[in-house]
Write a protein of this length. Sequence first.
Lengths: 303, 304
Amino acid sequence: MSIGTLAPPTVAVPEAVLGGVERSHVWRKLLRNPVALAGAFVLLVVIGAAVAAPYVAPHDPARQSLIRRFTPPVWAHGGNTAYILGTDQVGRDILSRIIYGARVSLIVGISAVVVSLLVGVTLGLFSGFLRGRVDAVIMTVVDVTLSFPQLLLALAFVAALGPSLVTIIVVLGLTGWERYTRVVRAEVLALREKDFVEAARAMGASPMRMVLRHLLPNTFSSIIVMSTLQVAQAILQEAALSFLGVGTGSAHPTWGQMIALGRDFVSVAWWLATFPGLAILLTVLAINLVGDRLRDALDPRVR
Amino acid sequence: MLTLVMRRIVRLVVVLAGVSLVTFAILHVSGDPVSLMMPEAPDADRVALRQSMGFNEPLPVQFARFVGNIARGDFGQSFFHRAPALPLVLERMPTTLLLTVLAMALSLSIAVPIGIVSAVRRNSVFDHGATFVVFLGTSMPVFWTGIMLILLFAVRLRFLPVSGWESWTALVLPTLTLATASTPLLLRIVRSSMLEVINLDYVRTARAKGVSERIVIWHHALVNAALPLVTVAGLQFGLLLGGAVVTETVFAVPGVGRLIVGAIRQLDFPIVQAGVFLLALIVVLVNFAVDMLYIYLNPQIRVR
């Protein structure tokens, strides 16, 4: 059969959503928006602080000093310019701990989303492309996952597996994938009826090629937007886990842990719980704002 | 319609089987439930426990027994309280449900009117303000919101109790905290589903007939915008229960969430399993009820 020797289908599929011109359009749209710009700026500061923590933190986050305990922030009565955001119940510098805490939040937030993404997108592609029984099984798993409050499930499994950074990442990743599956599945179901997919099929593209070359690239813009917003969610979940005491199990300070400690001293030292919470709020808000504008810029329906 | 109801019931049963499998997995995922339950016990005790709990048997056999047990309401004995786990969870359930339902009611009563005004006056200052508050609300960690409210109302202003569960005033801060977590999402849904119907032909027709704007919005538009809201409110219920776990811990509310968090610290797994299973069961049942309501409310399905 000579058909088999034909060149592989190289139909210029909408390669897709993010071609050259399109991409600069997206960036321009993002940069023109002051709110998204502010969000991006905050995000850069947080990432910079996390990466360069040893250089930008004014103090060692673990160094205790009982004479300096409960130093209020610099602008309050009794504040000390050396400890801008004050010190905690054992005299550790709050600002330095927040800077180091950014590391855990960002690592967990991003890695957990990578895990969710790999699991969720794969299952979504299978579900939408194969349909039938595979789809039914995968969607049942999605329904089961949705039945548990995510935090509760993560809490139980982290406790069962023993707290560690890897456990937190894997558990948060494996409890947060179902959104990817639902969205990718829906998009694949819609895409597979399109002409270019039909053309690829007619030209003899293998199922693998159809999925990886023609279907997957066309779901990228939703995946990018979703992932951005999911990083924000994962950071909130990690904070809640370490607030509830099943944290990373390491000596590194986390924002959630700091708030948990601060809760016990809320009537004597308000700054202990307030500032780490503001750090979470600002980081998550920044990610959400950037993600939202990204959606506006990437989503053709809004454009 | 009847076949649709039947199909939903089948799905309910399948999902419940999945929920029990996940609950079962909590104890077995580490590979060795015995060292999870008693990390420092001597070997002889471990062997005895393994024997008495049947951990030597193949996992499918253990799972079958687990399902049989929970069907009879037996989640085992709490190690810490030295009492059956299920009644301990059940007696705290009303508190958690009260908190969740109150927060849901508060959320809806804020989200519906504000969402409608936001949609009607799209791109106004009010709309932009509401959108920003939505972002703020979704970006705040629930437990931190709770602590900040304690700081403001209990420590500074001193007119509400910091924690505990003695009088109705103790309900105020936890409800408020939980509602800040769920209101933003509901508001977003109300706004977007209102925007969807507000420009449809029948709404325009109503306006053209000279129906007053208030009736157009509240009667013609809202009724149709309510359908997605019903579904989302069901999904939100699970989110609220998760939030209740954290909120109860912050305010020392004697509910299921606080019980579970305490049990996790004490490695009291029968309580953890019973609590997680019951909360998931509630979510499943609420969503089933929502499905039924949806079938009943949606004329397109009802007729068929």
